[in-house]
Every structure is written in structure tokens, then in C-alpha cells.
Ligand binder design. Structure first.
Ligand code: PEP
Length: 258
């Protein structure tokens, strides 16, 4: 049914210390195993806080878990006098394969603009981390009817100067800000409308091949009860899940959508 391998990604945000992280990953892995989860068919990734990554790596490698994991952010620099920042080189060394970039909470709380997002995508690519680029509009933009223009402009600015050959692992997550952590869910038609528009923009910028290969996720109050209808959209290739990813059983159910 899916032309692209669906991705169910869990953004833990600033939740779970390093002990809780181990318990959550173990429970998630057991629950998915019990359900006979086929990771080849549906990829599952978690995005814990930085301080959890070493423990998650030990568990994933030690127990040969098929889960992927990544960080919620990275520095646009590789090393040096950048107090408090984390290099993509460190993330790659910890076995991260993906990294969230441009989440709306980074954009809003830390003032990250398109230029920073673009620099962070470049940093991720330097370290062979697949960027999961987050885009999406706020409520005012949606109410003004400018959500497609706004979101496509974010995509274009984030990818400025990059070539198609660099973007084979790119994932884009469409997250309408008004639907994040609010219980408000964009309708399946809204998710599909934007995913299709993003794919068309990729085709315009990079050609049909990259556009067809790129996974486009929806994020915003996704739960086991609504995931199947959202993923029914032909251009929606998975979900970025915040709150519901902190509950192993619920997140496993989301990964087992259908
Ligand atoms: C998110 O922050 O990426 C997200 C989608 O959050 P929630 O699922 O809690 O709305």
C-alpha cells in the first residue's frame, strides 16, 4: 500500500531522565516485539533528550533492537567555543541516525529562523544524520488561509543551496503549530493537502525522483485512535508524535496503525 517506508517518530521533548529513558525504550521494544512488529515495513524512531542518548545507544546496541534514535536538535557548528551546544559529530558517534531540525518549539522559544534551520540541515548532512525538517503554520496564518504558502516558504528556505544528491535521507514533518500538544488535530484532508503541496514543491525544486522518494510526516496530537485516518492520505508517510510517544503501549499501537 505504501510506496515509501512509513516512519513513526517519537519526540520526547524535555521529558524522561536517563533512567526513565531506558525503561521506556525497553517497554517499547518488548511491546512492539510482542505485537510482531515488522520494522522493515514500518520504521520506528525515538528522539530522547541529549542526556538519554548514551543509555539508549547501550540498550539498542546491546539488545540488538531495531529501533532507530536521534536527537531533538543539533548545533550548526561542529566543535569549538559554543557553550551548551551539541555537535552533530557527537550525535553520529552515539549512533544517532536522524535529527529533528526546526521544531516549532525551537523556532518559537529559541528564535530559530530559516537561516539557522538551513545551517543545521547542513550540519546534519556533514555528519550523515538524516534531517527531519519540521515545518508548519501557526493559528493566525491558518485562519488567514496562508498556511500552504507559509509552509512551502519554510521548506524552500530550509533547503536553500542544497542539491538533490544531498537530500536522499531527508524527511519533512508537517506540524501545524496550533495542533501541537493542544489535542486539536488537523483533519486527514488538511494533512494530505499539505503533504501533497510539499511533495509538489520538492518536485519543482529537485525533480520528481527526489519528491517521490522523500517521506513526509504529519505531526500534531497524533494518537492510536486517529493515526490510521491521517496516514490514509496518499502523500502522508508517517507521523511525528509528541505526547503520545511517552506511553510505550500507546506509541507501539501508533506504530502498529492500520
Ligand atoms: C510534536 O511536538 O512534534 C508533536 C507532534 O506533539 P504532540 O503529538 O504532543 O502534539
Amino acid at each position: 500500500q505504501f510506496v515509501r517506508r512509513p516512519l513513526i517518530a517519537g519526540n520526547w521533548k524535555m521529558n524522561m531522565d536517563h533512567m526513565q529513558a531506558i525503561a521506556l525504550v525497553q517497554k517499547l521494544a518488548w511491546t512492539l516485539d510482542d505485537a510482531g512488529h515488522d520494522y522493515e515495513r514500518v520504521q520506528v524512531s525515538v528522539f530522547p533528550p541529549f542526556t538519554d542518548l548514551r543509555g539508549v545507544q547501550t540498550l539498542v546496541v546491546g539488545d540488538k533492537l531495531s529501533l532507530d534514535y536521534g536527537a531533538q536538535d543539533l548545533s550548526e557548528k561542529d566543535s569549538g567555543a559554543y557553550t551548551g551546544d551539541i555537535s552533530g559529530a557527537f550525535l553520529a558517534k552515539l549512533g544517532c541516525t536522524q535529527v529533528l531540525i526546526g521544531h516549532s518549539e525551537r523556532r518559537e522559544i529559541h528564535g530559530e529562523g530559516d537561516e539557522t534551520v538551513n545551517a543545521k540541515i547542513n550540519a546534519a548532512l556533514r555528519h550523515e544524520l538524516a534531517p527531519v525538517l519540521c515545518v508548519g503554520e501557526g493559528l493566525d496564518v491558518r485562519q488567514a488561509g496562508d498556511h500552504v504558502t507559509h509552509t512551502l516558504a519554510q521548506v524552500e528556505a530550509a533547503l536553500q543551496g542544497l542539491a538533490a544528491e544531498q537530500l536522499s535521507e531527508l524527511v519533512i514533518a508537517y506540524e501545524p503549530v496550533w495542533a501541537i500538544g493542544t489535542g486539536e488535530v488537523a483533519g486527514p484532508e488538511d494533512a494530505q493537502e499539505m503533504a501533497r503541496a510539499i511533495r509538489a514543491k520538492l518536485a519543482e525544486l529537485y525533480g520528481q525522483e527526489l519528491a517521490e522518494a522523500t517521506r513526509i510526516l504529519y505531526g500534531g496530537s497524533v494518537k492510536s485512535a486517529n493515526v490510521a485516518s491521517i496516514l490514509a492520505g496518499a502523500d502522508v508517510d508517517g507521523a511525528l508524535v509528541g505526547g503520545a510517544s511517552l506511553d510505550a503501549e500507546e506509541f507501539a499501537k501508533i506504530a502498529q496503525f492500520e
